[in-house]
Design a protein around this ligand. Structure first.
Ligand SMILES: *Cc1c(COP(=O)(O)O)cnc(C)c1O
Length: 361
């Protein structure tokens, strides 16, 4: 069996270092928001190339706190891709804003810059870009539009740790960028974790308060804050894994390269273009008979996933809110997409086998 993912195996090379650091952690007796969180925040910010990192409890909170810190007028419209993972949309709703969905480019699966300008209104406050599947959005036209219309750009980088666009890393384009370290992400903790990055001093301070009861000085509360803190333990695990992130991304890129060069043309492959360094959080193909293809692969001992089976506008939770809106490109992606094994738990031989089985379909 070639499973879609095996996180125990992905984390195995880090076990010794985890255990060493865990023993020191036990001796120390400091559990939440301490030196280890600060160290990880700085290391991760340095890696991405941004000044400040603020560790939070998970990726959804990183988005919610980012949008909260922006302090947009109530009921602002926030532009977001229609095929994103639901977290991006939930964050907008949790802040009392209005998600305005824009269709993706069918080639890149990322928000189509050409669709953005038409939905900008006086109520638009921000563009929440999502670098989906490990590929950066086409940022130049998006940044131009944002500056032309005075809009904030926030990045959802939950799937794009280390991805680059024209040499710049995901997380360096927006005023704020939100990361998730959910265990299956390219940089994954051993539990929930997230972070916001920014070069903006006042926003950094605001986020440090918001994640911790709106307080800077213990028992003195400046804001109506949240409890969304990062554990020292997760920060330790993340420091260890951050040192291996480039290696993880290189491995995923190598496996993706095998698919890209060897899969037959029946399958619609992700585009690999000049100027983009993708990190393949997900390697998806598309096929009109996706469900039959998926069962066929399973019968041949190959696990796959679907990211995602139901688009946000068809989720029961959002149906009423997005009443009647149509997103045919999202529908088409969700009906045909299939995510193939592309993890550090897979060898090149594993992927060669997946390719052979796929090419015999
Ligand atoms: C995983 C993910 C999130 C949410 O992260 P959590 O840590 O699970 O809260 C947000 N946006 C995208 C695009 C994601 O893939």
């Amino acid at each position: 069996m070639i499973p879609y993912e095996n996180l125990a195996k992905v984390n195995e090379p880090f076990h010794q270092e985890f255990e060493n650091r865990f023993s020191r952690f036990l001796e120390k007796g400091w559990y939440i928001l301490g030196e280890e969180v600060q160290r990880f925040e700085q290391q991760f910010a340095d890696y991405i190339g941004v000044q400040y990192g603020i560790g939070v409890a998970n990726g959804l909170d990183a988005l919610v706190l980012s949008l909260t810190a922006l302090d947009l007028p109530e009921h602002s419209e926030v532009i977001v891709p229609s095929n994103t993972y639901i977290a991006s949309i939930l964050a907008i709703l949790r802040c009392g804003h209005i998600p305005v969905l824009v269709e993706p480019d069918i080639r890149t699966y990322n928000i189509d810059p050409a669709g953005i300008e038409a939905v900008i209104t006086p109520a638009t406050g921000a563009i929440l870009v999502v670098h989906l599947y490990g590929k950066c959005c086409d940022m130049d036209p998006i940044l131009n539009l944002a500056s032309k219309h005075g809009l904030a750009v926030v990045e959802d980088c939950a799937q794009s740790h280390g991805a680059r666009y024209k040499g710049r890393m995901a997380g360096t384009f927006g005023i704020l960028s939100a990361f998730s370290f959910y265990p299956s992400k390219n940089l994954g903790a051993l539990g929930d974790a997230g972070a916001v990055l920014t070069n903006n001093d006042p926003l950094k301070t605001e986020l440090q308060m918001l994640r911790n009861y709106g307080s800077q000085k213990k028992y003195y509360n400046e804001r109506i804050g949240y409890n969304s803190r990062l554990d020292e333990l997760q920060a330790i695990f993340l420091q260890v894994k951050l040192a291996g992130l480039e290696q993880i991304n290189r491995h995923k890129r190598k496996l993706a390269g095998l698919y890209l060069s060897q899969l037959k043309s029946d399958f619609i492959l992700p585009v690999a273009e000049e100027g983009y360094e993708d990190v393949y959080h997900i390697f998806n193909i598309r096929h009109p008979e996706r469900d039959r293809l998926r069962s066929y692969l399973l019968q041949n001992g190959i696990g796959t996933e679907i990211h995602y089976p139901v688009p946000p506008h068809r989720q029961n939770a959002l149906k009423d809110l997005l009443q009647g809106a149509e997103f045919p490109i999202s529908d088409q992606i969700h009906a045909t997409t299939l995510s193939l094994p592309v993890s550090c738990c897979h060898s090149e031989a594993d992927i060669e086998r997946v390719i052979a089985v796929l090419n015999a379909f």
